[in-house]
Design a protein around this ligand. Structure first.
Ligand code: CP
Length: 323
């Protein structure tokens, strides 16, 4: 957990660095606000002026499609000024430090930094250095934390399956390297999930010190038996210390790939989730990813609504600082 205070002295959300340490009522309030921003596919997206005069800067030092695009759309739909810095052509390529980049953007009156980085601690380090009115939102930190993903996964589960206390959730795949699994775990534990199973090859299951209260299983069929929710994860090749440790994709699919046939072990009404990006034919086949159980695109829609809610909540802190 970060030592940075995520809540300001007046009880407003200032930073979102981790779901660990955030009170359940805060999570409930973000998800409740996200529901106001959720409109059906085909209908016009929700809009608001709550971020008028606020500047949001996206700093993605790792690749992203969903998180970056949805933060950008969320900020624009709330009427913010938005800058998504192309880090490959920024002065970081000339050796400028992250903190000097932040100070430079702060001098241009940036108010919210949305940060993704491959190293642990970068969002918290930025939060330590920014001016008091500024907010930092973690958009994916190494294998440690992806809080808005945890929120959107919880929101999707509640929408599709109801109260988590009655549910069995199986997370399948490369859990060892997954910030998505860490944040989903934190969100589900806040809501006393009925049962949480971690399923995958032994070498891709997390250290024993992590995920207290979750069970572990190396056999896929046993791991998803009777599950209400099955969440597949990508093998995160970019986080393996040695290329030789990366599982062979065909062998992995044979043992752990989600297929309609394998999902017969889960409940008849089980849903299938995946945070994306998917590697079809490795952790999931196309029939399952696009099938009737899949809520993968629903997760994406919830993601934009959740990010609008988070931006709206931190805007109250920023406005108080603007005076
Ligand atoms: N789920 C997720 O973080 O996807 P992106 O890497 O595309 O942002």
């Amino acid at each position: 957990m970060s030592e940075i205070e995520q809540i300001d002295a007046a009880g407003r959300l200032r930073h979102l660095l981790s779901l660990e340490g955030l009170e359940r009522r805060r999570i409930e309030s973000i998800i409740e606000q996200a529901h106001h921003y959720l409109t059906p596919i085909g209908a016009p997206p929700a809009r608001d002026t709550i971020l008028e005069g606020v500047t949001v800067v996206n700093l993605f030092f790792e690749p992203s499609t969903r998180t970056r695009a949805s933060f950008e759309l969320a900020a624009r739909r709330l009427s913010a000024d938005v800058l998504s810095l192309d880090v490959n052509t920024s002065s970081r390529a000339k050796g400028e430090s992250v903190i000097d980049t932040i100070y430079t953007l702060e001098a241009m009156q940036a108010d919210i930094f949305v940060v993704r980085d491959a190293s642990t601690g970068v969002p918290a380090s930025i939060a330590r250095h920014v001016a008091p009115h500024i907010s930092v939102l973690n958009a994916g930190e190494s294998d440690v934390s992806h809080p808005t993903q945890g929120l959107l996964d919880l929101m999707t589960i509640q929408l599709e399956k109801g109260d988590p206390t009655r549910l069995t959730v199986a997370i399948v795949g490369d859990i060892r390297h997954s910030r998505v699994a860490r944040s989903a775990y934190e969100a589900l534990m806040h809501f006393q999930v009925g049962e949480l199973r971690l399923v995958g090859p032994a070498e891709l299951l997390p250290d024993q010190a992590l995920f207290a209260g979750a069970s572990r299983e190396t056999n896929l069929e046993k791991g998803i038996a009777g599950a209400d929710v099955v969440m597949a994860l990508r093998i995160q090749k970019e986080r393996f210390a040695q290329m030789s440790e990366i599982p062979d994709p065909q062998e992995y699919f044979r043992r752990y790939g989600l297929t309609e046939e394998r999902l017969q072990a889960a409940r008849d009404d089980a849903i299938v989730m995946h945070p994306g990006p998917m590697n079809r034919g490795v952790e999931i086949d196309s029939a399952t990813a696009d099938g009737k159980r899949s809520v993968i695109r629903r997760q994406v829609t919830c993601g934009t609504a959740v990010r609008m809610a988070v931006l709206a909540q931190v805007s109250e802190h920023i406005r108080a600082g603007h005076g």
